[in-house]
Design a protein around this ligand. Structure first.
Ligand code: NDP
Ligand code: MG
Length: 406
């Protein structure tokens, strides 16, 4: 089916944007930035999993040519609602449609903001189609590493990091390469449990875990921040994005989240990017790069910030961070296993099937089972992902017999 939107009418300088994961935290922030610059960008496609009402509202505001809902029933409901208001947005259903709109010829920029492994194939499709890929979906890069970076390089795509730390590093690195760079200083707030008694971590509730002190984010990344697996995934993400070894990345705990990361140079200089913790800054940067546009973010008030604190990470408190360093050293299969087990574990924790402290146990188990080496083709990545999910689910099933979660 063809959409009625007439792209020949679009200003030749206006960029077409597809937002994968439009109804999520990053997706909503992206649409907020886009709405501030209607002369520069037009929305080509929006996607969601099953939140019908939210995607419907977004379609009414942004009039995309396509709307994708992975869930078939949700797609039918959206279709009906859009017809009643006379919208000509074409609704597509199913996971394959995500790849269709990610590689759609009228889409110049693709915001990859689906959460988890579900974002791998559409993000990769955008890279293979030579788009500007604005990558929030770190799990996709953790899983596919070299394959993803090769897809970007071989198809003339542009890869701009949305993760605030990686966007900060991108802004602080030399224009080309890493000449003169001594190390990357990857900052992290330490999450909500930086100072909580270690003995009480097993009692952490989902509600406590998703309450991040500085950032408002989706549930999965909020739990990842609480275990510091998020920082671990970010170490692996940085290795691939900037072509550095994990030993070149130092995690620095910085509770205020004012400095979003830094680059230390051999001449003693340290270049940092600072700002209020608001994802609209990296989103606006990646949309406008190499220029700058208004993001709707307040200017940083240094008198309000007043102080900046730093401390080393505590690997005993946050074993997931250590596991991520280990996984990247072991190879690609281990990184896939780490990510898959973490996704299963976080989901189970949010559904109160396992304890907070069982999340690292599951991941450690997955790493022990992962083969060494790195997959060379997509199919092997997907097979390992499935296998690690299967064994993680089995671990939970076996352990649940002995554990009762409050
Ligand atoms: P959210 O949970 O808020 O949103 C996830 C989005 O993905 C929603 O649009 C959701 O649709 C969609 N989605 C969920 N499952 C599927 C699926 N199986 N297939 C297709 N679409 C799906 O996540 P966030 O916005 O917080 O995070 C998105 C990504 O960005 C993550 O990889 C995260 O690590 C990364 N990131 C997020 C940051 C943040 O500030 N939130 C910061 C840095 C990185 P529906 O609403 O219908 O469920
Ligand atoms: Mg981040």
């Amino acid at each position: 089916m063809q959409p009625n939107n007439n792209y020949s009418d679009a200003d030749a300088t206006s960029k077409g944007v597809t937002v994968l994961g439009a109804t999520g935290s990053v997706g909503i922030s992206t649409l907020d930035v886009l709405s501030r610059h209607p002369e520069k960008y037009h929305v080509v496609a929006l996607t969601a999993n099953k939140q019908v009402e939210k995607l419907f509202e977004q379609c009414c505001l942004f009039h995309p040519a396509y709307a994708v809902m992975v869930d078939e029933d949700a797609a039918k409901q959206l279709e009906e609602k859009l017809r009643t208001v006379g919208s000509d947005t074409v609704v597509l259903a199913g996971a394959c449609a995500l790849e269709t709109v990610a590689s759609f010829e009228h889409s110049d920029y693709v915001m990859a903001a689906i959460v988890g492994a579900a974002g791998l194939l559409p993000s990769l499709a955008a890279a293979n189609a030579g788009k500007r890929v604005m990558l929030a979906n770190k799990e996709a890069l953790v899983m596919s590493g070299k394959l993803f970076m090769d897809a970007v390089k071989n198809n003339g795509a542009e890869l701009l990091p949305i993760d605030s730390e990686h966007n900060a590093i991108y802004q602080s690195l030399p224009l080309q390469g890493t000449t003169g760079v001594k190390r990357i200083l990857l900052t992290g707030s330490g999450g909500p449990f930086r100072q909580r008694e270690i003995e009480t971590l097993s009692l952490v509730t989902p509600q406590e875990a998703v309450a991040h002190p500085n950032w408002s984010m989706g549930q999965k990344i909020s739990v990842d921040s609480a275990t510091m697996m998020n920082k671990g995934l970010e170490v692996i993400e940085a290795c691939w994005l900037f072509d550095v070894a994990s030993t070149d990345i130092q995690v620095v705990i910085h509770p205020q989240s004012t400095i979003h990361s830094m680059v230390s140079y051999i001449d003693g200089s340290v270049i940092a990017q600072l700002g209020n913790p608001d994802m609209r800054t990296p989103i606006a940067y990646s949309l406008a790069w190499p220029e700058r546009i208004d993001a709707g973010v307040d200017e940083l008030d240094f008198f309000d910030v007043a102080r900046l604190d730093f401390e080393p990470p505590d690997f005993d408190r946050f074993p997931c961070l250590k596991f991520a360093y280990d996984a990247h050293e072991i190879g690609g299969y281990a990184s896939i296993a780490l990510n898959a087990a973490n996704e299963v574990a976080v989901d189970s924790f949010l559904n109160k099937h396992i304890k907070f402290t069982e999340i690292p146990q599951l991941i450690e188990n997955a790493l022990e089972l992962a083969p060494s080496g790195t997959p060379l083709v997509l199919e092997d990545i997907l097979i390992q992902d499935r296998e690690s999910r299967r064994t993680a689910s089995l671990w939970i099933k076996n352990n649940k017999k002995q554990t009762t979660v409050l």
